[in-house]
Design a protein around this ligand. Structure first.
Ligand code: GDP
Ligand code: GDP
Length: 444
């Protein structure tokens, strides 16, 4: 039997590189626009504006502002070098940004030297060319050896189209993954030392796990495919799991970035926390990304062997986790130990449940019965004398399950009523482990 292939397009990545103050974050913000994230409304979860998606004409892509990657106390040149290396590692095309008001500087030349050595396509942008009279200042920049410099103005929003046109020329055609549709792809995210690598080893070392060694050119070399009880899985590698010790571990934002890239490729994200240390801000932040990206989530509390416990410990910790991860109320929590392997066998079944629910399709008639019952139980809200009318609902997508509710006026579906509908849908269908999305659309 021929396997059906899931065509998952992976967005091309643009990285913006350049010395400080040339305008990288200004250009970044222009490119990604104002994307308001739901997670930002949750106290304590703030978005790092270093990685976001953008669109230009028919292209969808992700952008990294390498200037936002804080390298710590390293000397200036070392910071730029490391940021450029991140760009070389992560991007399909690099925008090398300079400042047209200052001309070519020694630091620009340093960046250029590092970029020469990479095989990545480079697009040279000269920023702060705020009016046409200033255009002749770009000629200087030919000397950097990256071809035609493109004048832009981040503050005035000029020339960005030309810059993105040039970058888009280098986007890889059909950048995609070729894992079969029935493979569950998951990743483990969490700060250094929570036990991610140990967990991967513990999973792969389980009885009945068959580790495949398929050498495929389009497969990511660090993904680990395996089979357990007839179910195929791929573990998507994350921050610091392979490249320990380098920049990768030492800079928080870079590991966040790697985690984001892994989340993007996963169906299920395991948010790993350390039972001994509890939850810190960074855990929330990363879990917030998984939620926002619409991935299924399982919370894994590792190092369960290392704490003293009585019969109340698990409930207490669960409560604490629920308080911290309010937005992950749907995520199951698994307590285990990668070291002693205690309860490790509970993990894969949970991943299966989360993955199944993430891909679940419900029947339209059943869905509508539930919505109508919900409306009967709790009348729709009114605003300025107008009442929300719900005509019908339908599921329009999976991964995550996404519902469209057709109504008289979408603005009348307030957050709290949407939450109520979500809860009713969850009460009826479960959806443990997966976020669900609800959109209101006006019935024409
Ligand atoms: P980064 O350090 O490379 O990320 O640079 P920023 O984006 O923080 O910008 C540095 C400074 O340059 C800020 O004061 C910006 O307002 C200013 N700036 C950015 N783009 C332009 C531009 O196109 N024209 C002018 N005149 N100033 C700009
Ligand atoms: P990573 O950085 O998240 O990949 O974490 P590692 O897998 O490298 O583990 C970090 C440290 O925690 C190592 O010293 C592990 O031996 C230890 N460790 C991992 N899992 C457990 C566990 O379940 N119990 C205990 N007591 N130690 C663990």
């Amino acid at each position: 039997m021929k396997e059906r292939m899931a065509i998952i397009l992976v967005k091309p990545v643009i990285a913006i590189v350049g010395r400080p103050n040339v305008g990288k974050s200004t250009i970044f913000n222009r490119i990604v626009g104002e994307r308001i994230s739901i997670v930002e409304d949750i106290p304590g979860v703030t978005r790092d504006r270093i990685y976001s998606s953008g669109e230009w004409l028919t292209h969808d892509f992700n952008v990294i502002d390498t200037g936002g990657i804080d390298i710590g106390d390293e000397p200036f040149l070392e910071q730029i070098r490391q940021q450029a290396e991140v760009a070389i590692d992560e991007a399909d095309v690099i925008i090398f940004l300079t400042n047209g008001r200052e001309g070519v500087t020694a630091a620009d030349e340093e960046v250029a030297k590092i970029l020469y050595k990479s095989k990545k396509p480079i697009v040279l942008g000269v920023n702060k060319i705020d009016n046409p009279e200033m255009r002749e200042q770009i000629y200087d920049f030919y000397s950097l050896g990256f071809g035609e410099p493109i004048p832009v103005s981040g503050s005035h929003g000029l020339g960005l189209g030309d810059l993105l046109d040039e970058a888009a020329k280098y986007f890889p055609k059909n950048k995609q993954q070729d894992y079969e549709e029935d493979v569950i792809k998951f990743s483990l995210i969490g700060r250094p030392n929570v036990g991610k690598s140990s967990l991967v080893n513990a999973i792969l070392g389980e009885d009945r796990v068959i580790v495949s060694n398929i050498a495929g050119t389009t497969r990511d070399a660090v993904d680990s495919p395996y089979t357990y009880n007839g179910q195929k899985y791929v573990i998507i590698d994350t921050a610091g799991m392979r490249k320990k010790g380098k920049v990768y571990e030492s800079t928080e934002k870079y590991s966040v970035l790697r985690a984001l890239r892994a989340i993007e490729r996963s169906d299920v994200v395991l948010v790993v926390i350390n039972a001994e240390e509890g939850i810190i801000e960074q855990d929330k932040k990363i879990a917030g990304y998984a939620h926002e990206a619409g991935r299924a989530v399982v919370i894994v509390v590792n190092k369960w062997d290392a704490i003293e416990k009585d019969e109340k410990t698990m409930n207490e910790l669960e409560q604490k986790i629920r308080e911290h991860f309010l937005f992950l109320s749907y995520a199951p929590i698994v307590f285990l130990s990668a070291k002693t392997k205690k309860r490790i066998h509970t993990l894969l079944p949970m991943i299966n449940v989360a993955s199944e629910n993430h891909a679940m399709r419900v029947e339209t008639s059943v869905l509508n019965d539930i919505i109508m019952d919900a409306v009967a139980m709790n009348p729709t809200p009114t605003d300025k004398g107008r009442r929300l009318k719900i005509y019908y609902a339908t599921q329009v997508a999976i991964k995550p399950p996404t519902f469209v509710v057709f109504v008289n006026e979408p603005e009348l579906l307030h957050f709290s009523y949407e939450r109520f509908l979500e809860n009713r849908i969850r009460d009826s269908f479960g959806f443990e482990g997966t976020p669900i999305k609800i959109f209101a659309r006006e019935r024409k």
